[in-house]
Write a new protein. Structure first.
Length: 150
């Protein structure tokens, strides 16, 4: 099966250092199976809605979670969140905003749009690893999700 058809974690992050740190944190916690990193909001929406380079992706296999940065090129994270949560086929996918923004307006708007969790990225790598570990354990192992159920 094509790798883009079995993504469990979609990371939407334009900063290569932050994306690498997230991948390292997931790997350290044995949560790196089936992870895809996309670099902007447009690419995230293309993946989710199987458009452009993802046109042949199986639309029935959505990620189990999406880690979404807010400050993205092309289409910002709030717009991605809005499109996901306003679509019947994607609104149940858990979206976790993982961003450096502590702005009250970003937090409020994210929750108004239906975000499942809002986490400010820790600067310290060990704290970041622990935050990602907890995210992975909860959203991938403990949480019962209606997404991708047969």
């Amino acid at each position: 099966m094509d790798k883009q058809n079995i993504v469990e974690i979609l990371i939407v992050e334009d900063n290569p250092n932050d994306a690498e740190m997230a991948l390292r944190a997931l790997k350290k916690n044995n949560l790196t199976n089936n992870v895809l990193v996309v670099v902007d909001g447009e690419e995230a929406l293309d993946f989710i809605f199987h458009k452009n380079k993802f046109v042949n992706r199986d639309g029935f296999n959505q990620p189990k979670i999406i880690l979404l940065d807010l400050k993205l090129p092309k289409v910002d994270g709030l717009e991605v969140l809005k499109e996901l949560k306003n679509n019947e086929e994607t609104k149940m996918i858990p979206v976790i905003v993982l961003t450096s923004s502590k702005e009250e307006s970003d937090i409020l708007e994210s929750y108004k749009l239906g975000v499942n969790s809002y986490i400010v990225k820790p600067v310290d790598f060990d704290k970041f690893v622990e935050a990602v570990r907890q995210l992975g354990l909860y959203w991938l192992l403990l949480n019962e999700s209606p997404v991708n159920r047969s």
